[in-house]
Design a protein around this ligand. Structure first.
Ligand SMILES: [Zn+2]
Ligand SMILES: [Zn+2]
Length: 432
C-alpha cells in the first residue's frame, strides 16, 4: 500500500459500499413516501448569492456569520455554498412566480449542504440532506402533517425510540415583548456570558440559545421562555398542532429550548432526536417560516418544512443494527477458460444484459477455479460455462448455484431456461 498523496478535505468523506447502499435506501424510501404525500422534486443550485442566505437565515446567526463557504467571481459578485436548502427553494418559488399557482405547494430537494463547522462525529462540512418544504398554508393541520411525514420516513427506515421535540417560536407580535424580556434577563447575567453572547444581546438576543459554551447554557436554563408568553393566536395555533398530532397518535415532548439556529422560524419548530447518537443526535428538524417568502422579496406567503440529515440517519440506523439494503446478487456469471472463446463469451454476455439479466464475466486470464470463486463472491445465481466441447455440441453448460445441479442447455433454449429459473426481466434497450 502506498501513502496517499492526496486525502479528502477535513469534514468531507468518500462514501463507499456498503454505506452508500444504506444511504440510497434512505433516499429511496423517503422518495416513495414523499410521492405518497404529493411532494414534487425541485433541484436548486448548490450555491446562491450570499445575500440570499444573509436575508433568509439571518446575519447574526452562526451559520451566516461564521460557517458559510463564500467565494467571488470576476465581476465582484459574492456567492456562498448552500448551508441549507430552504432559502434556495424559496428563492426559486419567487423567481418562477410559483405563488401564482394553486396552494399549497409541496417540494423536496436532496443533496449536499456545506458549513464550515468544527468536524466531529455526526457533523461534517459537507453533509447530505433531504429537504422538504410546504408553501402557502398557515393552518396548524399542515404543521402536524409535515411532522407526521418526517416521523413516517424514520418509521419506514425502522428507527425506533426516537423523540420528537416540539416548541413554538411565536410570531412578530409576541416576539417583540419577549425579546425585551430576554434582553433584560441577559443584561442581568451578562458578566457570566461568553463574548459571542454578549455581542448577541445587541444584535440578536434569541441566538444566545445556539451557544454551545457550558457557562452560557447553564445561565440560560433560568432564562424566560417564549412559549410562556405566546400571543393568543400563536397559543391557539400551537394547541391545534398538538391536537392534530394527537389524533395521528404521534407522541411529542415539549421543549422550550428547541429554537433552531436560523432566524426565519416562526411558530412550530421541531427536532427528532435519536438515542443511538452522541452529542450530534438530531436526525431531522424543521419548523414554520411564515415571513421568509416576504423577507426574500416575495408576497406574504406562509411556509414550513424540515430537513433530514442523511449522514446521521444512516449512522443511527447502523448503530441500531439496521442494514437498510439487501445484499446484491448476480443473475449470471459466464465462465470460459479458452482465450479465443472470449469473443463468444462477451457476445453472449452482451445479449443477456440486453435481456435485462445482471451478468458478469472475468476479464482477467484466471483459472476456471478462480472464476468460480469470483462467481460465488458475486452471489451469481446461475453460472454458464462456454468451452470447446460445448461449442462443438451447440450447447452451454449451465449450473444452478442454489442446487449445484448442472446440465447442458442448447444455445437456442438458453433464454427459455433462464426465464424459467430467474423469471422474465424488464428489457433494457433490447436489440432487434
Ligand atoms: Zn404570536
Ligand atoms: Zn455564549
Amino acid at each position: 500500500m502506498v501513502e496517499p498523496k492526496y486525502v479528502a478535505p477535513t469534514g468531507t468523506s468518500d462514501i463507499l459500499y456498503p454505506e452508500v447502499e444504506r444511504r440510497n435506501c434512505i433516499v429511496d424510501k423517503a422518495r416513495r413516501l414523499l410521492d405518497l404525500y404529493c411532494y414534487q422534486e425541485m433541484i436548486v443550485p448548490t450555491f446562491e448569492h450570499t445575500e440570499l442566505f444573509v436575508r433568509g437565515i439571518g446575519e447574526a446567526t452562526d451559520i451566516v456569520s461564521k460557517e458559510m463557504y463564500t467565494f467571488g467571481d470576476q465581476r465582484g459578485s459574492s456567492f456562498a455554498l448552500r448551508p441549507e436548502a430552504t432559502s434556495g427553494i424559496v428563492r426559486a418559488f419567487i423567481e418562477h412566480s410559483l405563488y401564482t399557482k394553486s396552494m399549497p405547494q409541496k417540494y423536496f430537494c436532496i443533496g449536499p449542504m456545506f458549513r464550515k463547522e468544527k468536524p466531529q462525529a455526526g457533523r461534517y462540512r459537507e453533509f447530505y440532506q433531504i429537504d422538504v418544504e410546504l408553501l402557502g398554508a398557515a393552518q396548524p393541520s399542515v404543521d402536524a402533517e409535515v411532522i407526521a411525514l418526517l416521523m413516517h420516513i424514520f418509521q419506514d427506515l425502522g428507527l425506533k425510540n426516537l423523540t420528537l421535540k416540539l416548541n413554538s417560536m411565536g410570531c412578530r407580535i409576541c416576539r417583540a415583548p419577549y425579546r425585551e424580556e430576554l434582553v433584560g434577563y441577559l443584561r442581568k447575567v451578562e458578566k457570566g456570558l461568553c463574548r459571542n453572547c454578549r455581542e448577541r444581546i445587541k444584535k440578536n438576543p434569541l441566538r444566545v440559545f445556539d451557544c454551545k459554551v457550558e457557562g452560557c447554557r447553564h445561565l440560560l436554563r433560568e432564562a424566560p421562555e417564549l412559549i410562556s408568553v405566546l400571543c393568543a393566536q400563536c397559543q391557539e395555533h400551537f394547541e391545534e398542532v398538538k391536537k392534530y398530532l394527537g389524533v395521528m397518535g404521534l407522541d411529542y415532548e415539549l421543549d422550550p429550548k428547541v429554537v433552531r439556529g436560523l432566524d426565519y422560524y416562526t411558530r412550530s419548530v421541531f427536532e427528532v432526536v435519536s438515542p443511538s447518537l452522541g452529542a450530534q443526535n438530531v436526525i431531522g428538524a424543521g419548523g414554520r417560516y411564515d415571513y421568509l417568502v416576504e423577507d426574500c422579496g416575495g408576497p406574504p406567503i406562509a411556509g414550513l418544512g424540515f430537513a433530514i440529515g442523511i449522514d446521521r440517519t444512516s449512522l443511527a440506523m447502523k448503530r441500531s443494527g439496521l442494514k437498510g439494503y439487501e445484499d446484491k446478487s448476480l443473475d449470471l456469471f459466464i465462465i470460459t477458460t479458452s482465450h479465443h472463446l472470449r469473443f463468444e463469451t462477451i457476445k453472449r454476455l452482451d445479449i443477456l444484459r440486453h435481456q435485462g439479466f445482471s451478468a458478469e464475466m472475468d476479464h482477467l486470464p484466471r483459472s476456471m477455479k478462480a472464476q468460480m470463486r469470483l462467481a460465488d463472491k458475486l452471489r451469481a445465481k446461475i453460472v454458464i460455462f462456454i468451452g470447446e466441447d460445448e461449442i462443438r455440441k451447440g450447447v452451454l453448460g449451465v449450473r444452478d448455484m442454489a442446487t449445484s445441479s448442472q446440465e447442458e442447455v442448447p444455445f437456442e433454449d438458453l433464454l427459455d431456461y433462464l426465464y424459467q429459473k430467474l423469471g422474465r426481466k424488464e428489457k433494457w434497450g433490447a436489440r432487434g
